[in-house]
Structure formats: C-alpha cells, structure tokens
Ligand binder design. Structure first.
Ligand SMILES: *Cc1c(COP(=O)(O)O)cnc(C)c1O
Length: 457
C-alpha cells in the first residue's frame, strides 16, 4: 500500500529546500576537543585562523551553539541551480537483491563537478565574495574539490589558483582541463611558484608531489597575496555544516512520506558528505527521538576510524595546520599507491570522530575489489555510474539489504551517493582487467604512521 504512494524519485520543489544548515554540534552532549595551535600549544582563536581562512567561515568553525544557520539568499540562488538533489528509491537494486528492505539513496552527482563538494565550495566562495576578497587558493588531489571550487569561483567572479598534485594532473588530464575551462589557474605541485615548492623540488627533483605539499603551497600563496584566502573541501566543521543541506533535504523528503530510516550509510574520507547526510538524523538520536543506526564506510587500505587512533594530529603531511583531535592513521601515513578508490585521507572530521567515539555511530572498512563489485552491480540496475568513493556506501547498503533478506526484516536503508565516477574510468578498467588488488596495511605499516603523531596530550 505504502509502496504505491512513494514515487521512485522523491523531488522537493525549490521552495521546499530547507533555508537553514543544521549545526549538529549544538545538540551534541559533548564537543570535540578544540584545535590546538602547534606553536603555542593553546586552543586556536579566531585571530589565529583569520589570516588563512575567510572571517565568516572562521566564525562558523568556532560556533558550537547556533543550531540552525541561515543559508544566505545570494547562496540559495546558486544552490537552486543544482538543488534540491533527488532522493531515489533503489527499486531495481531491491529487486536484484530480492530483499524485503527498502533502499533509498540521496544523489549528489547531478552537477557538472559530479559530487557533493559543490555544496561547500559555493558557500565558501560566497562568503569570500561578501568579505571583499578577490582571490582564493586551494589544493586538489583527485580533482573533485578543485572542479567544484572552480565552478563556484566562475559563478561569483573570484580568481582561483589550484595546486594539483602533479601525478594526478598528469594521470587525470581531463580533470585539469575542466578546472581550467571554469577559469582557474591550475599549477601542478610541487612548483617553482612558492618557497615550499622550490624547497621540495630541490630535495626531491623528480617527485610526483603529495597533498601535503600542495596544501603548503596553497597556504603560502594565500598568506602572501593581498585579498586572498585558502579554502578546504572537507574535514573542518564549517564544511560539515554546509554539507548538512544533504541531510536537511533528505529529512524533508522522507517526512513528506512518513518514511523513517532504520539505517543511514555514508562513505567517509574526510567525513564531510557522511557528516552532512546524517546530521539532522543523528541530532534526533542524540535527543532520544530515534534509534537509527549510522554506518561510516571506509577503505580497508586507509582505515582511520576502524584501525586509527583518537589523537591530536596535523591535518596535512606538511604539518602546517592546527592540531585536531580526530581518528587518524598519522599524518605520515601514505596509502598504498595501487589504491584507486579515493578516501585516502589519513584523518577524519573531528565531528564525525567524536560522534563515533561517543558510540552514536558504527564504522566498517571494505576492500576495493568488493567496492567495485558493488559499484558495477549498482550501475547495471540503477543506471548511474557511481564514484568509487560513493561505492563504499553502496557496498555496505547491499550488505545490510542482504542481511534483511536472511532475517526477513523490512528495514529502511538510506545511503549517500556522493558522486559520479566518469573521471575514474582507469580504476574501473583495472577492476575489469583484474589488475586491481586489495592491499590491507599490516599493523607494522600502521605503526609507521602512528610514529608520526605529535607527542602531546
Ligand atoms: C571527496 C569525495 C568524497 C570524500 O570526502 P568526504 O569529505 O568524506 O565526503 C566522497 N565522495 C565523493 C564523490 C567525493 O568527491
């Protein structure tokens, strides 16, 4: 009966897009530990962060009390060009799995950048424009963040310099071309445009670069250029806040049909799409109003939640950022080079880390060949080519649905489909020709990363 009324795609109208981001910290019983300034050993103040980040974003970063943060009109205008994103009932996947479970996914890949990252990119660029800044810098690894940010900068008319890890810019020339088409200045990192880059080039002449090095270059340029700041696409609390638009929209759409999810699943790299998807739902759980299960899914090759330590660590390999307490493998941890599934970050959002630490959430890790099995199964029946990152969530959703098949339970499963995989075809190809392998770090491998943890606490 209920099934008949629920459309396959649950759309919201423009006017039904929530007007507020939801700040889950306002409902958390305990806050995560503050950022620590590595030089002083004291909690970071707004004044410490403002030379690097936009003022309003620093304010949002440090605000643990405002529950609902209004989405400014000038940003809503941009959001409406790609949002609301569809919430889709995976009827064909349910049929394929022959499961009594209902499966829904929130699809964030319906914009040219191909992922949820645009939600925070647009917000950050909007505030930069409001503050009168004219230039932004960032780094990008695989390229999704750089693409999203270049789109947002084109829309608001802000100059953007993207330091892209050199090997990625060579391996993904089409990503580079898209970023440049949107008008950004893309510089393969390490480069001779910064002191940090020149130093690394001198020490390691043929290096393919790293995210840590690209961050150092982007921050250096932000500090040295007038009217310029640095922006980051995941991990930080203000990014999770912006991504709460995903969960807010889901909640409105599900409430419309009286659907209550039993399980909510998201992939976790830095934790922003997961944190945003679950935010309003986990708020209800904290307040004793629901008993939903939340599952973070990460790669077995970069298992920060499931095998990492809850400790203060740097956000980057270059050890330039403030220290954050989070689940981490150590900023010196380097995932295996044959890992193609994304989600390679050594740490995890402090908000997601704290929620997990306090027992509100579960985490599991999955192997990359299993992830591509799930991606392929999903693509065939649902007709969307998922990003490898998002496919971690698909894998866990399939496993939960198959569990329901065993027990006969008719659970409602919601997962985040954070993006599409069109630029990841070489990973799909290596899966298909079976050259893809599963690498799981040994305890000894992990120890090397843990040895890089700063000695404080
Ligand atoms: C960047 C990215 C992720 C991982 O980042 P989070 O901050 O953990 O969300 C996941 N999926 C896609 C499609 C991405 O581009």
């Amino acid at each position: 009966m209920k099934d008949k009324k629920i459309p396959t795609r649950i759309y919201l109208t423009e006017d039904e897009i929530p007007k507020f981001w939801y700040n889950v910290r306002a409902d958390m019983k305990e806050q995560h530990d503050p950022f620590i300034h590595p030089a002083t050993g004291k909690p970071c103040t707004a004044a410490d962060l403002e030379p690097v980040f936009c003022k309003e974003l620093v304010k949002q970063e440090l605000d643990c009390t405002t529950r609902l943060v209004p989405i400014p009109d000038g940003l809503m205008e941009f959001y409406k060009s790609t949002r609301p994103s569809p919430l889709i009932r995976a009827r064909f996947l349910e049929k394929e799995l022959d499961t009594p479970a209902e499966i829904y996914y929130k699809f964030e890949g319906n914009n040219t950048s191909g992922s949820h990252k645009l939600n925070s990119a647009a917000a950050q660029v909007y505030y930069a424009k409001e503050e009168g800044l004219t230039h932004l810098t960032t780094e990008t690894g695989a390229g999704q963040w750089g693409t999203a940010l270049s789109m947002a900068c084109a829309f608001y008319g802000i100059d953007l310099t993207v330091y892209m890890v050199k090997v990625s810019s060579e391996q993904k020339p089409f990503r580079k071309a898209v970023i440049e088409t949107f008008g950004a200045n893309l510089i393969p990192s390490p480069s001779n445009t910064t002191d940090a880059g020149r130093k690394i080039l001198k020490e390691f002449p043929g290096t393919g670069g790293s995210l840590g090095c690209a961050i150092s270059e982007a921050v250096e340029v932000a500090l040295k250029t007038p009217n310029c700041r640095y922006v980051l696409g995941s991990v930080l609390d203000h990014v999770v806040l912006h991504q709460s638009i995903i969960g807010q929209e889901c909640k409105v759409a599900l409430d419309k049909y009286g659907i209550k999810p039993d399980i909510i699943i998201g992939c976790a790299g830095g934790g922003s799409n997961l944190g945003g998807l679950i935010a309003p739902f986990i708020g209800e759980k904290i307040n004793g109003k629901s008993n939903t299960r939340f599952i973070a899914v990460e790669p077995a090759s970069c298992p920060s939640l499931t095998r990492g330590k809850y400790a203060y660590d740097f956000g980057d390999t270059g050890k330039m950022t403030p220290l954050m307490r989070m689940y981490t493998l150590g900023s010196g941890f380097i995932p295996s080079p044959n890992h193609a599934g994304g989600l390679r970050y050594h740490g995890m959002s402090p908000i997601v880390s704290k929620l997990y630490h306090d027992g509100y959430m579960e985490a599991r890790s999955v192997k990359q060949t299993e992830v591509f099995d799930a991606a392929t199964k999903f693509a065939k029946v649902e007709g969307i080519l998922p990003a490898p990152e998002s496919s971690h969530a698909i894998k866990a959703a399939i496993d939960e649905a198959l569990e329901c098949k065993k027990t006969g339970e008719k659970k409602v499963i919601l997962f985040g489909l954070s993006g599409t995989g069109y630029f990841d075809m070489s990973a799909y190809m290596s899966y298909r020709d079976k050259s893809m392998t599963d690498y799981i770090p040994t305890d000894e491998d992990l120890r090397k990363g843990f040895d890089s943890l700063p000695k404080i606490d």
